[in-house]
Design a protein around this ligand. Structure first.
Ligand code: BEZ
Length: 223
């Protein structure tokens, strides 16, 4: 199972858009890979439609999107008709690949099998609702596992990507519930004197400990 900061596994996988070698397909982009227990299931259908609608946002952020579901490419092709209809998606081609994983090869490799969710026909465990963010160096930067009955919040995934891209560029961290444009905090590794040299608008929050680790600044904007 891949851990945060480790290189995300590279593999060849069949999708409805052809065979993909993951690292080559990602190129220099950020990536998200999200998994599904089963084709033709209600929560998954809403999620795939929502991600298709968010594609302009993912493109703006330079993020490639790939899904996985524990069924065949043939099944994915039929399911995509339902997803397009549900999401009122008018483009002819579905905008991102869905990996086939009826053997659970990739779900096992990525530690995504959910023993609580078993396919009634095959008796095989199904993939959890996992989501991974992969950076341009192929390092895994986020992983979340959701239960099968809870749909994900892809606005949150975009928020994390925006935070990761910002904090890659600047020595800042983003506070609770941060949204793009909100104030940020100076990274604790930056000394007070370094911080003063870089920012002229620092609000240091006074705390009972007397420590000055909570230093708020406006979000840096690219020059
Ligand atoms: C769903 O996607 O709706 C779903 C899948 C597996 C179990 C429960 C719900």
């Amino acid at each position: 199972m891949v851990l945060l900061g480790e290189i995300f596994p590279d593999f060849m996988a069949d999708t409805q858009l052809g065979t993909i070698k993951l690292h080559e397909w990602l190129g220099d982009s950020w990536g998200i890979l999200f998994s599904h227990p089963n084709d033709f299931t209600p929560v998954c259908t809403t999620e795939l439609a929502r991600v298709a609608k968010l594609m302009p946002e993912f493109r703006r952020l330079g993020v490639k999107v790939i899904a996985l579901s524990c069924n065949s490419v043939e099944s994915h092709r039929k399911w995509i008709k339902d997803i397009k209809s549900y999401g009122e998606l008018t483009d002819e081609e579905f905008p991102y690949p869905i990996i086939e994983d009826q053997t659970r090869k990739f779900s096992t490799l990525l530690g995504m099998l959910d023993p609580a969710e078993v396919d009634s026909q095959t008796g095989l465990a199904m993939s959890a609702r996992a989501v991974f963010i992969i950076d341009p160096n192929k390092k895994m930067r986020l992983s979340i596992l959701y239960p099968a009955t809870t749909g994900r919040n892809f606005d949150e995934i975009i928020r994390v990507i925006e935070s990761l891209q910002l904090t890659e560029k600047y020595k800042v961290a983003t506070p609770v519930d941060w949204k793009k444009g909100d104030d940020v905090m100076i990274d604790p590794s930056v000394s007070d004197s370094e911080a003063k040299a870089s920012y002229n608008d620092i609000k240091t929050v006074m705390l009972p400990s007397g420590k000055t680790y909570l230093r708020i600044v406006p979000q840096p904007i690219d020059a």
